[in-house]
Ligand binder design. Structure first.
Ligand code: ADP
Length: 660
């Protein structure tokens, strides 16, 4: 615009503008105002509002500057009516029209924001009225808003990239469970286009075996607007499948309205194959453990049967007239046999702990009986070594407790046996007391010795199987290294513990600590059979069913020794043939027999007795000594269970028990 000749560019309408002579005003100075007007960065429009009966009809642009033309994109507007330049403006934007009219009429000023669609730009507009009927509008691009918008756009772009390039597969779904967006990682992962994946398209890539399960989880989660996670296989571009873990999270807008889901998926193929490998290794390990357990059970059975012969016949031999030397030989045979038996028992116990089948019984027990039985077992060895063996029971110790007598004795014998074994001089003392720990009552057996002691670094490893203090020492002292491993595990199953305090060269204290929670409502404890209990009232007839000749011979001899009459059957079929209800007082039954095993025979006998009043007592007499075998026998209708080898006193006690 030529600022020196403004009058020439103005159309005649300018003259009709009213009383306010802009041109004159501008020309009234030395041209500085006009320069200012023309070169302002803000767009300025000087307008006259046309009214009719007080109602604004239109306005005329009297003078606009260059910035106005540039910002609004309107050119050659001077002297022209706005309705001519922007037809229908009044109806299109009545609010804007009214604002200008109000300012022009009232002589006030106003400020507002205006979005110019054509420019996609926000302006802040200040409107002034220099004189009634006229107004000046100053347009400035709202740079603050623009900046904020730019920032927002940048942030949006950044987040879009973040979502797109994240090493995670991301999807979005609407409230209708249809997916409307997938990130680039997803699309690269599946090798499909966005269009293919949209809606339900993505489900085409889900493995057929996972499809129903996943769809159920997905739709149920949507229905309840709950988060979900599911693993499934998704097809890759090469047709193979990869495992992914898909986490779906429901989204809510600012007003709390549910607005769909966002999902994050992680490739877990590596983890899955590791799990598969682990599972396979676990299966292999379990199979190996099973095989080992079966092997040990078989070995135990195979060892027990001849041991039964050795120990049984030695015991019988000891009741025959012998000279001193022979008595000594027989005792040595019995001691060696019993030692071998304890090793077999340890191995068997350990195997059953390994496969988790160790269970603990709860029966009423007398603490004094437990102590006596344990001390009696080691007394002779302690005496032979010249050790003082004492027991101190602290006042307040309960006389009776509930527990597994066999297992408690096993631990005590292990601890006391070790104490005697590893002590050359001095004493072995067993102290018994109750203690309170976190409000619970415990029974503590402390086994103190004045023996060789244990180095601190060794203590930690003593509960590991096959672990022994020092190798040279083992050769000196013997032992399998299983005792403490077994005792520690039994204590743990009892919810107790074994702790060690030891000073090398001074001695050790092992404390066996277990809870006394079930205080007994005791039924009277059956007293251990005395001599008079062992003899049967009359010479009752006992049937021995066993296919192993030495075993049945030993059982028969023991029974005769105890005053019973005996009949034999070499297998179950023969036994059933000769059976009649009421004929026998008791049956001593082997389990592993050809044709019919002991369990089948027991069941058949119970059936035969069904209509009869008499019920024969059946005692399992077996080399099957795995945990659970006793229960199996009782369930088949037997009354008691004895393992081979068995001492005459155990046989007597069992018969006394079942015949009472
Ligand atoms: P073992 O049958 O070899 O005795 P244990 O598991 O019972 O097996 O004991 C493991 C090891 O712990 C022993 O070999 C010995 O080194 C050490 N030990 C156990 N009790 C004592 C003790 N009272 N004094 C010294 N060392 C002991």
């Amino acid at each position: 615009m030529d600022t020196n000749q403004p009058a020439q560019t103005r159309p005649p309408a300018w003259k009709e503008g009213g009383n306010f002579d802009h041109n004159r005003h501008m020309a009234g100075d030395d041209g500085a105002y006009r320069l200012l007007f023309e070169h302002m960065a803000e767009g300025v429009a000087y307008c006259q509002m046309l009214f009719e009966n007080g109602r604004a009809l239109d306005w005329i642009y009297i003078s606009v500057n260059e910035a106005f033309e540039r910002l609004t994109g309107l050119e050659g507007v001077n002297g022209r009516r706005v309705s001519e330049i922007i037809p229908g403006i009044r109806d299109a934007d009545p609010e804007l029209f009214e604002t200008y009219a109000r300012v022009a009429q009232s002589g006030q000023s106003e400020k507002f924001e205006l979005f110019v669609k054509a420019l996609r730009e926000w302006f802040s507009v200040s409107v002034f009225s220099p004189q009634k009927g006229f107004f000046v509008a100053i347009f400035a691009i709202n740079s603050e808003r623009k900046l904020a918008e730019e920032k927002l756009a940048d942030a949006l772009e950044f987040h879009k990239r973040l979502l797109n390039e994240a090493p995670v597969l991301i999807w979005r779904a609407g409230t209708d469970a249809k997916c409307y967006w997938f990130n680039s990682t997803w699309l690269e992962f599946t090798g499909r286009t966005l269009e293919q994946e949209l809606g339900d398209g993505w489900t085409e890539g889900v493995h057929a075996e996972d499809f129903d399960r996943c769809l159920k989880i997905y739709l149920e989660a949507f229905a309840g607007q709950r988060p979900f996670d599911m693993d499934y296989r998704l097809r890759r571009p090469d047709g193979r499948y990869s495992w992914i873990s898909d986490f779906g999270i429901p989204l809510h807008d600012l007003s709390g309205e549910f607005c769909g889901y966002i999902g994050y998926c992680f490739d877990i193929t590596g983890r899955k194959s590791l799990e598969d490998e682990l599972r396979t290794s676990l299966d292999v390990a379990n199979a190996a453990t099973r095989a080992k357990t079966e092997f040990l059970a078989n070995m135990s059975h195979e060892l027990r049967t001849p041991l039964n012969g050795v120990l049984g016949l030695s015991e019988l031999l000891s009741y025959t007239p012998l000279n001193e030397e022979q008595i000594d030989y027989v005792h040595t045979i019995i001691e060696s046999g019993e030692h071998l038996l304890s090793v077999v028992n340890d191995i068997l116990d350990f195997a059953s702990m390994e496969n988790g089948s160790l269970s603990i019984r709860a029966e009423p027990l007398k603490v004094a009986d437990l102590i006596k039985a344990s001390l009696d077992t080691i007394r002779k060895t302690a005496d032979d070594k010249g050790l003082a063996l004492r027991c101190e029971v602290v006042e307040g110790t309960p006389e009776r407790i509930m527990g597994d007598g066999h297992r408690i004795r096993q631990i005590l014998i292990n601890l006391l046996g070790n104490a005697v074994k590893f002590t050359a001089r001095g004493s072995v003392v067993l102290r018994v007391a109750t203690t309170i720990d976190s409000g619970r009552r415990f029974l503590d057996f402390r086994c103190e010795d004045t023996g060789i002691g244990i180095a601190p670094e060794t203590i930690k490893r003593l509960f590991e199987p096959f672990m022994q203090g020092e190798l040279q020492m083992n050769r000196r002292f013997g032992g399998s290294g299983l005792g403490l491993a077994i005792s520690g595990r039994i204590a743990k199953v009892m919810d107790g513990s074994i702790t060690i305090d030891s000073v090398p060269g001074r001695g050790s204290t092992f404390t066996f600590h277990f809870p006394l929670e079930a205080s007994p409502s005791l039924s009277p404890v059956t007293p251990a059979p005395g001599k008079s209990d062992l003899a049967p009232p009359t010479a009752a007839l006992v049937l021995v069913i066993d296919d192993d000749k030495p075993s049945s011979t030993i059982a028969g001899k023991m029974l005769q020794h105890l005053g019973y009459r005996v009949q034999f059957a070499a297998d179950g079929v023969a036994a059933l043939k000769g059976f009649a209800p009421g004929k026998f007082a008791a049956i001593l039954m082997d389990l592993a027999m050809p044709v019919m095993d002991g369990l089948e025979v027991a069941r058949a006998i119970r059936e035969l007795e069904a209509a009869a009043a008499d019920r024969v007592a059946i005692i399992a007499f077996t080399a099957n000594a795995m945990p659970g075998d006793r229960e199996i026998c009782l369930a088949a209708g037997m009354d008691d269970y004895l393992t081979k080898p068995c001492k005459m006193s155990d046989l007597a006690a069992s018969l006394a028990h079942v015949l009472k």
